[in-house]
Design a protein around this ligand. Structure first.
Ligand SMILES: *[C@@H]1O[C@H](CO)[C@@H](O)[C@H](O)[C@H]1NC(C)=O
Ligand SMILES: *[C@@H]1O[C@H](CO)[C@@H](O)[C@H](O)[C@H]1NC(C)=O
Ligand SMILES: *[C@@H]1O[C@H](CO)[C@@H](O)[C@H](O)[C@H]1NC(C)=O
Ligand SMILES: *[C@@H]1O[C@H](CO)[C@@H](O)[C@H](O)[C@H]1NC(C)=O
Ligand SMILES: *[C@@H]1O[C@H](CO)[C@@H](O)[C@H](O)[C@H]1NC(C)=O
Ligand SMILES: *[C@@H]1O[C@H](CO)[C@@H](O)[C@H](O)[C@H]1NC(C)=O
Length: 699
């Protein structure tokens, strides 16, 4: 009796501890790593992405300026590089995900022809070199060394908030084997391989930390062996975008103390295979008076380089040649397309042509396939389909059948007549304008089908700005607008409760933006109570589908700093919890609960920047990416990997199968702007990374 009792005792404890072990080890891991089980969808917005339609073009360095389009006019193609055999490798965003392609041109009977000389697509031979359809970023210019593709990728999480995921990799094309060349924990941008293939130069933070920079990153230039990433050494303090002329000389750019972005040359001394860091000589090449950046060296003719410029009096970014012997610029693209932006030049192996990318809308030789109202993005989480909506603040109706979104006055009105609020079916059909004027933040009532809430008035405005919350029943034959708030003290970001009775919103009525709850039907005239109170900003609120929580973004830990953390609170004002903070000084914005309430999607700078912002067009927040987290704050997952600005995500209660939808009325507009901080005369010079640069002439 006693023995068996003991045995039972032992067995009990054995299983008890086994259970504890299972719960404590695998269960939390399972919680952290497993995405929602029921398939759902998320929509988000990417600032100006529908305007990009980039293709790679080339022009001869001498003779009649006959421009040739090198890429196929599909998707968004950019950051090209010529191979020694004149093939082109470049980044393309087919299916919304980045891939690296190689294009060669074969003539059916005759000899192989160079891609730099063919203007038709008929002989094109396209090879996919890298990219597995996942939403990682491979945006910087790729290079090929033998059978090894040298490229950047963001597929590895450094495990720290506000650290860039961009690193340099070498992928063996024959086996697909990929090797990381950037040391673990560091980030590298804009890698360039030397002509012999031996060295790679890259812009890197090294051990420094990203501090939120969106203009110049303040990187240094490091050089390492392309073979295995070894012999890594800092060769230039403060610089980016290296481009080699020969195995001991490269050009790069930096912003100088006089305010001008300028091109520099660095000459290395290499003694028995080792770089002598102490004898590196750097020299300013382009003079003050204009911005010259993203240099491309010319290997076959060392007397010139190609650069992108912004000149006083011009809003446009152009490609120019710069004769480094005569110190003279020669315009290349201004005569061809004066009112277009041209990016990131590269030079052909025999220095006879210059490649660059620009929006193909300025030449009407191809039908666009990029004017997408709804673009499916390959999702890294199997049960979540992901859609980019060409409009801000998308939100799904409670049955998932419809989407509301806005067009802001700051967005180019390519496809709509004026800013306002729009609704459409979730497949992108039946677009309908339901409100004219400035509106932002949309949400749908859970019970009253067709009722959409929004805030009307200026966005990014102060506490007392005239913004009020309205509801519209878009199913009514004659649209009527019901104003729910009174007094217009920046009442915005309405989110209704799942029982249909309440709406939570932020208001500046007390002099600070805090959260309030009002009657959904009759607005604050019906009932109103204050949910949060303090001398800070609480905003971007979202009511959980189970009714238990309200998630919101707040700068309460450092009011006015621009740093926002994600919090949640019960609708009765109890249970305040911080869900996630993006490191020190970071941003977590626009939270939205999953349909089961267990996850929250949001926009954040959690993964810092994925490339040098100067190599791209203007983005206010190039660090914006979309993330998902468990609502207890664990298990963060990155959904997008962009050097664009991704934001305002919303979760659909229903799974929508992956698909694209084109705008009903076609036409490319290319209505994007160059980096505002390159504007001459209005330069804010907010960055701390400004070097004193010598003004000596190049000898
Ligand atoms: C996806 O959802 C289905 C149920 O709809 C579930 O059986 C499956 O396990 C989920 N997959 C993942 C990876 O969560
Ligand atoms: C050029 O070189 C690349 C890389 O070695 C190769 O894949 C491609 O087929 C070549 N193209 C031509 C036209 O020879
Ligand atoms: C090299 O480039 C310079 C500057 O553009 C030009 O004057 C010279 O003719 C070029 N040399 C050759 C051999 O093409
Ligand atoms: C440069 O290369 C192109 C493509 O191979 C070729 O057609 C052209 O003749 C070359 N030009 C010179 C000056 O070598
Ligand atoms: C918005 O303005 C346009 C142009 O004036 C008009 O056609 C349209 O009916 C307006 N939309 C609404 C919802 O009032
Ligand atoms: C507040 O709401 C939460 C969640 O609904 C609930 O658990 C809690 O008991 C409520 N507290 C009070 C004081 O009503």
């Amino acid at each position: 009796m006693k023995t068996s009792n003991n045995l039972i005792h032992c067995l009990f404890f054995f299983f008890f501890y086994l259970l504890i072990f299972i719960l404590s080890s695998s269960f939390p891991l399972y919680l952290a790593a497993t995405p929602p089980h029921r398939p759902t969808s998320i929509a988000f917005a990417t600032w100006l992405r529908s305007s990009y339609a980039f293709d790679i073009y080339s022009l001869p360095t001498k003779g009649p300026p006959i421009e040739i389009r090198l890429t196929d006019g599909k998707s968004v193609n950019y950051n090209g590089h010529f191979l020694p055999n004149h093939s082109l490798i470049y980044v393309t965003e087919r299916d919304g995900s980045p891939y690296i392609y190689l294009d060669s041109l074969y003539h059916s009977q005759k000899l192989r022809r160079s891609i730099s000389e063919v203007s038709t697509d008929s002989d094109r031979f396209q090879v996919l070199l890298a990219g597995d359809g996942k939403t990682l970023s491979m945006k910087d210019k790729p290079s090929l060394v033998g059978q090894n593709l040298i490229h950047v990728s963001t597929h590895e999480d450094p495990g720290l908030p506000r650290a860039s995921w961009t690193a340099v990799y070498s992928t063996q094309l024959t086996t697909g084997l990929t090797r990381r060349l950037t040391p673990k924990g560091l980030a590298d941008f804009s890698p360039a391989v030397s002509p012999s293939g031996v060295w790679t130069a890259t812009a890197s933070y090294g051990e420094k930390v990203w501090q939120g920079e969106v203009e110049e990153l303040g990187t240094d230039i490091y050089v390492f062996l392309t073979r295995d990433g070894s012999h890594r050494i800092k060769v230039v303090d403060h610089g980016g975008w290296p481009s080699w002329v020969d195995d001991s000389t490269f050009y790069f750019h930096r912003r100088c103390g006089d305010g001008w972005w300028s091109v520099f040359r660095a000459v290395l001394t290499i003694k028995s295979g080792e770089i002598d860091v102490k004898s590196v000589v750097t020299q300013r090449v382009t003079k003050p008076g204009l911005h010259a950046f993203t240099p491309a060296a010319s290997v076959a003719n060392k007397s010139f380089i190609a650069v992108a410029t912004r000149r006083p009096g011009s809003e446009f970014r152009h490609i120019e040649l710069y004769d480094v012997v005569l110190n003279k610029f020669t315009d290349l693209t201004r005569s061809i397309s004066p009112n277009a932006h041209h990016f990131n030049p590269f030079i052909s192996p025999n220095s006879t042509r210059v490649g660059y990318h620009k929006c193909r809308g300025s030449t009407n030789d191809v039908k666009s396939t990029n004017d997408l109202l709804l673009e499916n993005i390959r999702s890294p989480i199997p049960n979540i389909s992901l859609f980019r909506v060409d409009g801000s603040f998308p939100s799904y109706s409670s049955d998932g059948e419809r989407i509301a979104y806005v067009k802001l006055p700051t967005e180019p009105l390519a496809y709509v007549e004026q800013p306002g609020l729009f609704v459409m079916n979730s497949d992108g059909s039946g677009v309908r304008n339901v409100l004219n004027g400035t509106a932002f933040a949309t949400s749908w009532d859970w019970k009253r089908k067709g009722v959409v809430y929004t805030s009307v008035g200026p966005i990014f405005a102060g506490e007392s700005s005239n913004v009020d919350i309205i509801s519209i029943d878009v199913d009514e034959e004659k649209l009527s607008y019901k104003t729910l708030t009174i007094g217009g003290k920046n009442n915005a970001f309405p989110s209704p409760s799942p029982n249909g009775k309440w709406v939570v919103f932020r208001s500046g009525r007390s002099g600070h933006k805090n959260l309030y709850v009002m009657d959904a039907l009759n607005g604050e005239r019906g009932r109103l109570y204050r949910l949060t109170e303090g001398p800070w900003t609480d905003t971007m609120c979202n009511w959980s589908p189970d009714g238990e929580w309200i998630a919101f973004s707040s700068d309460r830990e450092d009011p006015g700093s621009g740093s926002y953390d994600l919090f949640k609170i019960h609708p009765n004002g109890t249970g305040l919890q911080k869900v996630i903070q993006s490191g020190s000084g970071g941003r977590v914005n626009h939270p939205w609960f999953s349909p089961d309430g267990k996850y929250i999607v949001f926009a954040s700078d959690y993964a810092a920047v994925s490339g040098e912002p100067i190599a791209n067009s203007h983005h206010f927040q190039p660090y914006g990416d979309i993330f998902v987290i468990k609502s207890d704050g664990s298990g963060i997952r990155r959904l997008t990997h962009n050097s664009y600005e991704d934001g305002t995500p919303a979760w659909s209660p229903k799974y929508l199968s992956p698909h694209d939808a084109e705008w009903p009325n076609h036409g490319l507009h290319c209505t994007f702007e160059d980096n505002h901080w390159l504007n001459i005369g209005t330069d804010q010079r907010s960055d701390s990374f400004i070097s004193q640069c010598d003004h000596k002439k190049v000898s």
